[in-house]
Each structure stands twice: as C-alpha cells, then as structure tokens.
Design a protein around this ligand. Structure first.
Ligand code: ATP
Ligand code: MG
Length: 398
C-alpha cells in the first residue's frame, strides 16, 4: 500500500506521455489561464489526462485548483457553484460545461461519514498531494500542468496506465467502503479502457458489492446510464454478471438474463446501443430501460403478440414492475412515461392498419417501431408487423 503524503511525485515529460498542447480543451485552457492570472494553481485532471495518454478521445475535461469555489467564482465570470456532497463550480461555454473543483483532502476533519463509513459530505480542502490521494483509482489521479505540459503523478498512475491495470489508491476495501459507487466505476473503466483488475481490488469487489444497497436509488440510476450508454454495454453486462452485481442495480432483470430468449433480446439491444454510440447516434435512457424491464413485463402479462391484448393491462403491469425496479434504481418520471408508452404501443402496432396515420405521428412511434423490430430480430413471431411498418414508412403513404 502507498504511504500517504510521503512520496514526492513523479514528473512525466511531454516527450514521454505524448499529450500535445494543441489537443487540449480550449475552455479548460482559458479557465486555467484566468485562475493563473488571479494567482492560483490549476491543472487538468482525471479522465482527460488518462484517456489522452491512452490515445483515446476524452469525454470531458475536469479542472482542479487551489482556489476555493468562492474564489473560482470571483476569478471566472459566469460560473456557478453546485453540489453539496462535493461543492464544485460549473463554467459554461455554449453547450459545454467544464467542472472546476478545489483540491480536497480525505482527512477526517470535515468529512461526514454514515454509520457504515460511507462519505456523506466532503468539503475539506487540501493540497494537490492530498487531492491526489483522495481520488479513486491511480489512473484517474494524474495532473497535467499546461504551462509546461508536465504530468504529475503521486500514486503510480502513469505506470498503471502503461500496464493497463486498474488499482485503487490505497486499500481497496477501505476505498469501496467509503464510496461503494467506486465498484461500479471500476467495472466501467475496465471495459472502456480494456484493463485488468489488480488482484486485491478484484477480491474486494466480490466481497463488498452488497454495499451498493446503501447507495441512493437516484445515484444508482445515474451510474447505470454511464455504464450502458458509453459504448461498452455488452462487456459491462457480462462483467456485472461475473462480479454478481446485477442484483443491486437491475434486480428485476436479473432472473431473466439466463433465459435464452430474454438474453438474446437484451444482448441484441446492447449490441445496437454500442453500435449507435460509436456512430455518434442518439441513445435514450427510456429505450434502454424498456429493454431491461421487458422480460418482466411479458412474464406478468403474457406474450404481447396479439392485438387482442388490452392496453390498460400493460399499463397496470408496467406500474408494478417500474415500482419494483425504482426501489434500487430510480428512473425519473418523464422517462418512466416514455417506457410505458413504448410498451403500450407494442400492442397498438399490431393493430394494422387501424389508426396508422395517428400512430406514426406519435412522438414515441420511432422508439416503439425500433423496439418491435428488435423483438422480431430476437425471434418473436409478430406476423410480419415490423415489415409492414417498414414499408409504410418507406412509401410515405401516410
Ligand atoms: P469519464 O469522465 O471518462 O467518465 P473520469 O475519470 O473523468 O471519467 P469523472 O466522473 O468525470 O470520471 O470524475 C473525474 C475525476 O474525479 C476522476 O477521474 C477521479 O479522479 C475523481 N472521482 C470521480 N468520482 C470519484 C469517486 N467516487 N471517488 C473518488 N474519486 C472520484
Ligand atoms: Mg470526466
């Protein structure tokens, strides 16, 4: 285990790590310049540095500084302080938001913990070194100083990136107990970056995943979206089964994942999701969850392959299933509404050609039609309904 606050950092030069100034995020550069001009230190940290070293396109760019949120707000116009658990500052430029956080320390003084040791609030500011040790994994704790393009590494993250190892900073057991969501993040980084788990980290995931029950259902929902809508949904689902964490995140789906037909349906959907992500196409949370919860719906109402089934029956079953699911992973109500509409339309789409003109104009039509095709592709016999709608759309005879 690393000894906290006794190591001097390794400095990796640009000639070695290969990140070029011209590839840096323009907004982050301007934010750092403003903080520097006001006399503060500021660095790019986290995913941006990690992904750039790996030659991947970073998702966003996080900035960290020794200025407090109030000082950041003063130094940079049009910024907003947000958050309670972690106070951070958002700087908006057009549609892009850059997160600016203050160096934090994990020392006990201002860290409020629950009885089980989970961090509830953490606004305890510190030095860059303190900040490096409070982060989750070594590969996420690299600081890029854009004035000289040095990467500063207190925890051995650069070497772990080279070896493609995911390692906790400090003791995995302690770090997962402090924040069990790190278990979900570990699975996400493993798939996204093609890493292997450091053996102790792997052992602790298996041992401590039950702590995910302590996490609020809203936070689980947010993390689940990141798991499945960022291009690696298939391998993440396999790992979630391997590490037995489905029951804490998708308990309603769990029982169906080993049924051949349902598995094929879910994995076909995940394959499409990954493909759409890599083609930069839109992805919606409602489609994802309407897939995950579909086998449970069918289990309740019976096969939806006949137009005789009444919509209110689907709505009633949908309400029960969504309620069960929401206990662990809370889907916002407008998304729940879309899920229900997608399911209800599965029956309406079988009533060909009744009301086809109205249906095709419905805002949920496209998702419902895609869902119908997915069902057929996964082996359901819907008497050619998918093809009928495909032709209808193509001929624009509407
Ligand atoms: P990406 O943005 O590509 O998903 P990221 O590593 O940037 O990956 P963020 O959620 O944007 O992830 O977080 C930014 C940084 O904040 C992380 O790299 C990590 O250093 C730190 N961090 C995020 N969540 C946690 C956590 N639960 N515990 C400790 N540190 C965290
Ligand atoms: Mg990030």
């Amino acid at each position: 285990m690393l000894n906290q606050n006794t190591n001097s950092p390794k400095v990796i030069k640009a000639s070695k790590h290969g990140i070029e100034n011209k590839h840096l995020d323009k907004d982050a550069k301007s934010i750092i310049a403003k903080l520097n001009n006001s006399g503060f230190d500021a660095f790019i940290v986290g995913g941006f540095v990690r992904d750039s070293i790996l030659g991947l396109k970073p998702k966003d760019c996080d900035v960290v500084t020794n200025a407090t949120p109030e000082e950041i707000k003063k130094a940079i116009p049009k910024t907003r302080i947000i958050g309670r658990r972690f106070k951070i500052v958002h700087a908006r430029s057009g549609r892009n938001i850059t997160e600016i956080s203050t160096f934090r320390s994990s020392s006990k003084r201002h860290t409020k913990k629950s009885q089980k040791g989970i961090i509830l609030r953490d606004n305890n500011y510190g030095s860059i070194e303190d900040d490096a040790y409070r982060r989750d994994f070594t590969i996420n704790s690299l600081y890029l100083d854009i004035r000289n393009m040095d990467v500063i590494d207190f925890v051995g993250g650069y070497e772990d990136i080279q070896n493609r190892v995911l390692r906790s900073i400090g003791d995995s057991s302690k770090r997962f107990r402090e924040d069990p969501v790190r278990i979900i993040r570990a699975l996400r980084f493993k798939s996204k970056l093609d890493l292997t788990f450091e053996p102790n980290l792997e052992k602790e995931i298996l041992k401590l995943s039950h702590l995910l029950n302590e996490i609020s259902s809203g936070r689980i929902y947010e993390e689940t979206l990141k798991l499945f809508l960022t291009g690696n949904a298939q391998s993440i689902m396999q790992d979630m089964q391997k590490y037995q964490i489905i029951k804490y995140i998708l308990p309603v789906t769990q029982g169906f994942l080993d049924a051949k037909k349902d598995r094929r349906f879910i994995f076909n959907a995940l394959r499409n999701t990954d493909k759409r992500f890599h083609e930069d196409k839109t992805l919606t949370p409602s489609f994802l969850f309407s897939v995950f919860l579909w086998p449970a719906l069918i289990n309740k109402v019976g096969e939806l392959n006949s137009k005789k089934i009444k919509v209110p029956k689907i709505t009633r079953a949908a309400n029960i299933i969504l309620k069960q699911h929401n206990e662990h992973c809370f889907i916002p109500s407008r998304i729940q509404k879309s899920i229900k509409e997608t399911w209800e339309m599965q029956v309406m789409l079988l009533r060909i050609p009744e009301k086809s003109k109205i249906l095709i104009k419905h805002p949920r039509f496209r998702a419902s039609y895609d869902f119908l095709l997915l069902r057929e592709k996964s082996g359901e016999d819907l008497s050619g309904a998918g093809e009928w709608w495909t032709k209808k759309i193509a001929t624009k005879a509407i």
